[in-house]
Design a protein around this ligand. Structure first.
Ligand code: SF4
Length: 310
């Protein structure tokens, strides 16, 4: 199994080398905006997914191929990282092979579990999500597993915030017309003031999601939402790092590995893989012709999405 993907330019984390603990999408939520498409069967049951020593070895080998280290090793990808029983061991194993800081992107729904909170103490940065405080909006936007509630999600975050010893940011993704009303923003603001994250990363829809026709907020709308939250916010924007990273030669497998985790434009792929945009475009056109990718348009940009195996 290939655990490592990228490096990819991350709007949150700069140059991010992704570490994926799942061979396919496994998640407790089924977010309307999910770039991986629908969750087949949402679950809250943790399970064994990887051999931590194999993950560490693959990361060590990939880092040795790069001219410069990435800004972060980021546990994310095809599934919700906290659903892997090996989460803590993987983080510890990565610390044994590199000094590159480890970030965990999590939807936060398992933070009510003490074991999950304990394992996350080993990460250098944790970025849990909270898109809605009202149960109605939580169900509309995140479409959770039946056992999950918005109140339970917030309570898990409160336990995490009260005990986590390290750095953490809160991620909020706003979808126009769904969870960006003044009332919902005021509810989020009240919860954020109690949680006191280092900062809030305010995001919106920028790529095709599980549901077609979603609209992201404009820059002005996002700024107005940040004003309403009245808390230090980073707004979604350009990648946070211009750090140049050399990649090896490009083949279709590299493009497929990239779009398996999220839809990308030819320009995204070119920047990640350090190739000319035309080369990326030609590669994607071949994959589309072979039926291994589809092209979708959002906000006048063409994104390529993985289709094999789904
Ligand atoms: S966006 Fe994240 S939390 Fe939501 S369904 Fe996709 S993988 Fe799960």
């Amino acid at each position: 199994m290939g655990f490592v993907f990228g490096p990819v330019p991350s709007r949150r984390l700069g140059a991010s080398l992704g570490v994926d603990l799942f061979p396919e999408k496994i998640c407790s939520l089924n977010c309307v905006y999910c770039q991986l498409g629908p969750t087949p069967d949402p679950t809250t049951t943790r399970r064994s997914t990887v051999d931590p020593s194999a993950v560490a070895a693959e990361v060590r080998d990939r880092l040795a191929e790069l001219d410069r280290p990435p800004d972060f090793l980021t546990l994310s990808g095809s599934g919700e990282p906290t659903l892997s029983l090996e989460l803590g061991e993987v983080i510890a194993g990565l610390g044994d092979v590199t000094d590159v800081p480890v970030a965990v992107l999590t939807n936060g729904t398992l933070l009510s579990e003490a074991a999950v909170r304990a394992e996350l103490t080993r990460a250098d940065l944790v970025v849990p999500s909270l898109d809605a405080v009202s149960d109605e909006k939580f169900r509309q936007v995140n479409r959770p597993h039946g056992s999950l509630t918005a109140a339970g999600h917030v309570q898990g975050l409160e336990k995490f915030a009260a005990t986590h010893p390290g750095r953490w940011w809160l991620e909020i993704l706003l979808v126009a017309g769904l969870n960006d009303s003044p009332d919902e923003l005021d509810r989020l603001a009240a919860v954020i003031r109690g949680l006191r994250p280092e900062k809030v990363h305010l995001n919106t829809v920028v790529r095709p999601g599980a549901v077609k026709g979603l609209r992201g907020l404009s820059d002005d709308e996002l700024t107005a939402a940040a004003d309403r939250l009245d808390y230090p916010c980073d707004l979604a924007g350009r990648p946070a790092s211009d750090k140049k990273i050399h990649r090896g030669s490009v083949d279709p497998a590299e493009l497929l590995a990239m779009i398996k985790r999220r839809p990308v434009t030819a320009a995204d792929a070119a920047q990640s893989l350090r190739i000319e945009p035309e080369v990326a475009l030609q590669g994607f056109q071949v994959l589309v012709a072979e039926g291994r990718a589809v092209a979708e348009t959002l906000d006048l940009e063409t994104y390529y999405r993985f289709v094999n195996g789904r």
